[in-house]
Design a protein around this ligand. Structure first.
Ligand code: ADP
Ligand code: F6P
Length: 323
């Protein structure tokens, strides 16, 4: 009987549990023995592995986080760490590994694959910065958490005619900020992909007030050169000249902890199945993702050498809608 293992790695994302559940149940259905690796690559290096049966993944579908625990493992970036992991996989008789995670995790998956081990990646990160999937597991839920916060912030901002800046996650990618800006009706969006001058932000806020708005909301991506903290100090230093203050909310890890949305549960369930099918077809060294609503296998080599970009038309739309 073939043996496959599954792990979650990097920042946890809502829907990871649905993906694990799908890998286990589809694997069992296809006559495979499925093993769960605890704590991502750290658990792989340490041999922290146990068999998972269909009932072991009951009750996790609707929970955020990862029931296998996720981790960041610097050791796995080294040759020594990867050789230890390979040793564990071979000792346990595992035939293939499924890696649920984002950019860094799929770089790790590619490293193992280059060393000759069959690996399939599942696109999962709230950052949506992974080439090979238009949308990744966790993004939809994270966006909804951000929107709830924005809606609440606008209530208080309007009552005081205040200007607010909300910083959202995304690492070096502005996807979450851009989409939250559009869906939340922000007056300005600041993303790493577009160089933004704080004076231009001040001008946007001023002009929003002049157009009769009762509040001004700026959504900034954490990876932007002027993140919330830097904008705050700039506005403080130039307070008298600019004529208004900026209140700051840094949303932080609350964005990762949402209850997975229907979209994320379904995406994760489909990608889990797709990963097991890729193993069954003997087509490994690939990432499974969603492109034009189709499940697509993209070679990990391609995933690791291409950067996902934001659509400039959507960036423009965010500006137009802020009028
Ligand atoms: P994410 O997958 O969410 O982008 P990270 O970038 O933190 O998260 O990566 C998660 C883990 O993937 C790292 O802690 C490390 O174990 C592994 N990893 C990241 N980059 C590499 C690399 N260049 N080579 C091997 N493994 C890597
Ligand atoms: O990759 C997911 C993510 O939440 C990023 O948006 C963020 O920059 C990072 O992880 C935070 O990492 P940590 O949980 O280690 O603070």
């Amino acid at each position: 009987m073939r043996k496959i293992a599954v792990l979650t790695s990097g920042g946890d994302a809502p829907g990871m549990n649905a993906a694990i559940r799908s890998v286990v149940r589809v694997g069992v259905e296809m006559n495979m023995e499925v093993f769960g690796v605890n704590h991502g690559y750290a658990g792989l290096v340490a041999g922290n592995i146990r068999q998972l049966r269909a009932r072991d993944v009951g009750g996790i579908l609707g929970k955020g986080g990862s029931f296998l625990q996720s981790a960041r493992c610097p050791e796995f970036k080294t040759e020594e760490g990867q050789m230890k992991a390979l040793h564990v996989l071979r000792e346990t008789g595992i035939d293939a590994l499924v890696v649920i995670g984002g950019n860094g995790s799929q770089t790790g998956a590619y490293a193992l694959s280059k060393r000759g081990f069959p690996v399939v990646g599942i696109a999962s990160t709230i950052d949506n910065d992974l080439y090979g999937s238009e949308i990744t597991i966790g993004v939809d839920t994270a966006l909804n958490v951000i929107l709830e916060a924005i809606d609440r912030l606008k209530v208080t901002a309007s009552s005081h005619e205040r200007a607010f800046v909300m910083e959202v996650m995304g690492r070096d990618c502005g996807y979450l900020a851009l989409m939250a800006g559009i869906a939340g009706g922000a007056e300005a969006v600041i993303i790493p992909e577009v160089e933004t001058d704080p004076e231009a932000v001040a001008e946007e806020i001023r002009s929003a007030y002049e157009r009769g708005k009762t509040h001004a909301l700026v959504v900034v991506a954490e990876g932007a050169r002027y993140n919330a903290t830097k904008l705050e100090s700039y506005f403080k230093e130039n307070h008298e000249r600019l004529g208004f203050e900026l209140r700051v909310t840094i949303l932080g890890h609350v964005q990762r902890g949402g209850t997975p949305s229907a979209f994320d549960r379904i995406l994760a369930s489909r990608l889990g199945e797709a990963a097991v099918k890729a193993v069954d077809d003997g087509e490994t060294g690939v990432l499974v993702g969603l492109i034009s609503d189709q499940i697509v296998r993209t070679p990990l080599q391609e995933v690791n050498t291409h950067k996902k970009t934001l659509d400039p038309k959507v960036v423009k739309l965010a500006r137009v809608l802020a009028r």
